[in-house]
Ligand binder design. Structure first.
Ligand code: ATP
Ligand code: MG
Length: 392
């Protein structure tokens, strides 16, 4: 039996900040997890307490890390790949930057991080792990920063330096350094380690001095022109805040021109409006279903609850993954080993989703009833015809 329990040799993984080169390297280079084997209810019952606990821990870790390469993820990756490729080919040209601008919890960080990881691996494969023969200079193709609340542009340079563990971030040095010197030092790190992609996540937390953020936007423009890497920003309502895009900063012609070279990408929540979007939602659920490891799961376990799950999450992938993960955890903990409506009914998720839940669910219940009635009537009349034909 022990042979079928996965992950025994899988040492617990440390969670390090992605805003340090060690944490990022760890994230980008660690091998993908093995999916725990799917055991039957009987096999589960025959596990010893330790084996059982380990198996459950493996399943929880697996569920927490499910990654779905959805159409949207794929689409954004393709666009980002194009931008990076053209910047890599053409180093003299003014670099274009990209921004992923979307409402909360639609998967921005997931998309940029997975893109960064793929790019990191690709560059390491192409160029190698070190940049010199003595193996002194690490090749760090990607620099990743998550903006904490109220960071200034000077603070942003500090964070970039912090990513590379630059001595300036030890404290004493940076106080005497002017913003431009910090920026220069950061640019040196980027060049020294041949960094080609700088990801700045949660850009909306950056501190704005002016209401329309013109000054910050100007600095971002300067930053992405000055450094030899391609900048990828992610955040909420970046366009409205005037941080990216032409609209809000149209007053400044020079800036508007730079922003025209920036590609602003977006992510949308799922919708049930058309047949195609409904299929996409169902396909998402099907893929999640395939990824779950629950002994008593059955084909269609989630897809059959398609509209219910939509009502619970309003098509927001963050809320959906949260609900499913909590449902799966509870199913493991209680021994239910399956997810159904009764189990999910009892699990609360984020407030946004919960507020819209009641209204949407009532509407869907009404529509479902009407659809069932229509189907029943249709079957009845078809049945009547069939019987008629048979008799004929
Ligand atoms: N493609 C995906 N596959 C699996 N899970 C996903 C995917 N996209 C998003 N999620 C899940 O949705 C949740 C929110 O995702 P993420 O943090 O990437 O969103 P975000 O847009 O960066 O949110 P925020 O606005 O809070 O920064 C996470 O729990 C994540 O695991
Ligand atoms: Mg995020």
């Amino acid at each position: 039996m022990t042979a079928t329990v996965p992950g025994e040799h899988d040492a617990p993984r440390r969670q390090r900040s992605l805003s340090t080169y060690e944490g990022w390297k760890d994230f980008a280079e660690r091998p993908p997890r093995d999916k725990p084997a799917l055991l039957t209810t009987e096999q589960l019952g025959s596990l010893g307490p330790d084996e059982f606990a380990r198996y459950n821990a493996d399943r929880r870790a697996w569920h927490a890390n499910i990654l779905l390469r959805t159409r949207q993820v794929h689409g954004v990756h393709l666009q980002l790949g194009d931008i990076l490729d053209s910047n890599l080919q053409d180093s003299d040209r003014v670099k274009s930057a990209a921004a992923l601008d979307a409402p909360p919890a639609l998967g921005k960080s997931t998309v940029v991080n997975t893109f960064g990881r793929d790019f990191h691996r690709q560059r390491i494969a192409e160029v190698g792990e070190y940049l010199d023969e003595d193996r002194d200079i690490l090749h760090l193709p990607v620099c990743h920063i998550t903006v904490p609340g109220r960071l200034t542009i000077k603070g942003l340079h500090m964070m970039i330096l912090g990513f590379y563990a630059h001595p300036a971030t030890a404290g004493i040095l940076h106080r005497s350094m002017a913003g431009r010197d910090l920026a220069r030092a950061a640019a040196d790190c980027i060049e020294r380690h041949d960094t080609r992609l700088v990801i700045i996540d949660d850009l909306h937390f950056i501190q704005m001095r002016t209401r329309d953020g013109v000054e910050v936007a100007n600095q971002l423009k300067w930053l992405s022109n000055e450094y030899s890497a391609t900048f990828l920003f992610a955040g909420v309502a970046l366009r409205e805040r005037g941080l990216v895009g032409e609209g809000a900063t149209g007053k400044e012609a020079a800036m508007a021109q730079t922003f025209r070279r920036w590609t602003v990408l977006s992510l949308d929540p799922y919708s049930l409006r058309t047949k195609q979007t409904r299929q996409e939602w169902d396909s998402l659920l099907w893929h999640i279903e395939q990824a779950l490891v629950l002994a008593d799961a059955h084909e269609g376990m989630l897809v059959d609850m398609s509209r219910y799950l939509f009502a619970r999450t309003t098509g927001n992938i963050g809320s959906l993954m949260d609900l499913i993960r909590r449902g799966a955890s509870r199913a493991i903990r209680t021994g239910a080993e399956r997810i159904d409506r009764k189990l999910l009914d009892d699990i609360r998720i984020d407030e946004g989703a919960e507020t819209e839940r009641t209204e949407l669910q009532a509407k869907h219940d009404r529509e479902d009833r009407a659809r069932r009635d229509r189907r029943r009537r249709r079957l009845k009349s078809d049945g009547a015809q069939d019987t008629g034909e048979e008799a004929a």
